[in-house]
Ligand binder design. Structure first.
Ligand SMILES: *Cc1c(COP(=O)(O)O)cnc(C)c1O
Length: 339
């Protein structure tokens, strides 16, 4: 039985064309700034977002944590949503690597508002940590792939300007948001001081993320990347995969979103499912009905060759991606109906 992978969009396998692009990459020593393909990728992404500079890193955790490190000083406070990847899934990096603490907000499916942020900015008082940075996530992973509107993000930037705060975007799945809402990367470049973009999620590259910002910010980010052990040598083989993904795998994200909608519809009609979070992009999160736990249903699906992930005792996540074909969709829809 062929297994169908829905646990995450990080399970994608490089296509033959992507492997060909990697095989043909012109490389050098990137720590010396001499890897042709890495330089090309960084310039390409910076240009796409209309930002001054970019730096290629091994992971989205590293790009996020570097951004936090460069924007803050030890003792500062970082504002984010309570399920934000930077806080929830990065091993306590905010405290461990940057000596900062997080001030979390309960958002609406992962999204926080300018009004909510305004209420947790500390006054200039010796007792209080200095609020320095706001981190947003788009799409919101634990929010079920929800997206911000441009208007919401712009309102947050205006607040950050008034309060002299930096604004970072964890854009692990930013292209899912861009495609779903018909936006342009340049819109984002105007709003955020720094942006982290993952190439290893729905875009289908095997490894890598890019951090964007001003030239000065990126210069400091390169120093932090080296300290964290993220300075890679002939990394151009990986950068070439990322560049290929950006040129060939963005528009097709729409297909992943369409398939996620189909899954949500079928789940909505299934007797063993209680509720499904609204689906905006490629993530479907749902709550199971009845006595059985999420783990029980994950196992039941696994026996039909479908891998999903429990995100709590009663919730399950499915993520569509470029290896989840129309045939995989058919099989999964049938299985959902049969359970
Ligand atoms: C996957 C992800 C990241 C980065 O993860 P890595 O595995 O370190 O590349 C960051 N933020 C969000 C929201 C993610 O989903």
């Amino acid at each position: 039985m062929k297994t169908i992978e829905l646990r995450s969009d990080t399970f994608t396998q490089p296509t033959q064309a992507m492997l060909n692009a990697m095989f043909a990459a012109k490389v050098g020593d990137d720590v010396f700034g001499e890897d042709f393909s890495v330089n090309e990728l960084e310039a390409h992404v910076a240009e796409m977002f209309g930002m001054e500079a970019a730096v290629f890193c091994p992971s989205g955790t590293m790009t996020n944590q570097i951004a936090i490190n460069v924007h803050t000083r030890p003792g500062d406070e970082v504002i984010c949503e309570q399920g934000a990847h930077v806080y929830f899934y990065e091993g306590g990096g905010i405290g461990r690597l940057s000596g900062c603490q997080a001030r979390t907000i309960a958002g609406d499916r992962g999204r926080i508002t300018a009004e909510q942020i305004a209420t947790v900015i500390n006054p200039d008082d010796v007792h209080r940590p200095g609020t320095r940075l706001v981190c947003l996530e788009n799409t919101c992973n634990r929010g079920g792939g929800s997206t911000y509107s441009m208007q919401q993000m712009k309102a947050i930037r205006i607040l950050c300007d008034e309060q002299q705060l930096s604004l970072h975007l964890d854009g692990a799945r930013i292209f899912n948001a861009i495609v779903a809402n018909n936006e342009s990367p340049r819109d984002y470049g105007k709003i955020f001081h720094s942006i982290s973009v993952c190439l290893n999620k729905g875009l289908g590259a095997p490894v890598g993320s890019v951090l964007l910002g001003t030239s000065d910010f990126v210069k400091q980010a390169r120093r932090t990347r080296k300290v964290l052990g993220g300075g890679m040598r002939q990394a151009g083989y990986l950068a070439a995969a990322g560049l290929y993904a950006l040129k060939n795998h963005v528009e097709r994200l729409e297909e992943d979103h369409r398939k996620a909608q189909k899954l949500a519809e079928a789940l909505g009609n299934a007797t063993w499912v209680k509720t499904v979070l609204p689906v905006e992009t490629n993530i479907v999160i749902f709550e199971v009905a009845g006595e059985m736990s999420a783990a029980h249903w994950v196992e039941a699906l696994r026996q039909k060759g479908i891998k999903t992930a429990a995100t709590s005792a009663s919730t399950i996540r499915m993520v569509t991606h470029l290896n989840f074909t129309d045939e995989s969709l058919e099989t999964t829809l049938n299985a959902i109906g049969q359970l």
